[in-house]
Design a protein around this ligand. Structure first.
Ligand code: ATP
Length: 255
């Protein structure tokens, strides 16, 4: 594997407030990395800098050795709120995202259909977002992001608004497609379980200012079993990193 993204001694301040301090990390091609940390530690800011939406105050952020200076279609951001256009059908939402790069309408339709099928929504292609459940809307957002065929998907708590069943289902779908397409993923989450289930590597952050506290490689074979003792081992390792005492444990493993 070789590095797709390199962040080198990067700091980010908003006015006088240093939010990220001396962050260095690299993300390999095809790797699934999660970023965990308490609220306000700068996780979203880090994604925004990697996506080119925010400029670092100092240090370097590179994609394939080239400085990231603005958002490009090589890196797509996926949010908790799906950002679908309500007046367009599922198919038209996906096709719309392809307009800047595919000039032929026939080609756009073909690509859109392919990715709608990939997320299992072929039966809903002509429906409007309001007619779909939250889980289905997020699948449309995933199809739209993937159809662009980005090298990197940046995800900011994409499953946080979903119920457990939809969350588990979409986590599996995402992994299946990510492995098939060899897409590189950087995911921000508060859900330790989700991070252990999905990631090759988990980056744990400290706050005030945001720094990398620890990086943990999740060496569990796939598909992973959430009830397996080894899974619990990694969960505990992460809890211990946050120094949570027993009384502070939350049954859902959210931070
Ligand atoms: N555009 C901005 N202007 C000023 N301050 C900002 C801006 N964006 C983020 N911040 C500040 O940076 C800090 C980190 O915010 P950020 O959203 O990156 O944290 P986070 O770890 O993603 O938090 P959460 O888990 O609650 O989403 C916060 O104190 C926030 O107020």
């Amino acid at each position: 594997m070789s590095a797709l993204v390199q962040v080198k001694e990067m700091s980010k301040s908003f006015h006088d407030n240093e939010v990220l301090s001396e962050i260095s990390l690299s993300i390999e091609k095809g790797e699934f990395v999660s970023i965990l940390g308490e609220s306000g530690c700068g996780k979203s800011t880090l994604l925004n800098v990697i996506g080119g939406f925010e400029a670092p105050t100092s240090g370097h952020v590179l994609m394939d050795q080239v400085p990231i200076e603005k958002p490009t279609r090589r890196a797509i951001m996926l949010f908790q709120h799906y950002g679908l256009l309500p007046w367009r059908t599922v198919k038209k939402n996906v096709e719309f995202a392809l307009e800047p790069t595919i000039s032929s309408a026939t080609e756009r339709t073909k690509r859109a259909n392919e990715y709608i099928q990939l997320v299992g929504l072929e039966g809903s292609a002509n429906q409007f977002p309001a007619e779909l459940s939250g889980g289905m809307q997020q699948r449309v957002a995933i199809a739209r992001a993937l159809a662009i065929q980005p090298e990197l998907i940046l995800m900011d708590e994409p499953f946080a608004a979903l119920d457990t069943f939809n969350r588990y289902y979409l986590q599996d779908e995402l992994l299946r497609i990510q492995q098939q397409e060899q897409t590189t993923v950087a995911l921000v989450t508060h859900d330790i379980d989700e991070a252990v289930y999905l990631s090759d590597r988990i980056i744990i952050m400290d706050r005030n200012p945001g720094r990398i506290k620890k990086t943990i490689a999740i060496t569990l074979p796939r598909p992973r079993d959430r009830s397996h003792g080894d899974f619990h081992y990694f969960r505990k390792l992460i809890f211990d990193t946050f120094h949570f005492g027993r009384n502070e444990l939350d049954s859902d493993y959210h931070i």
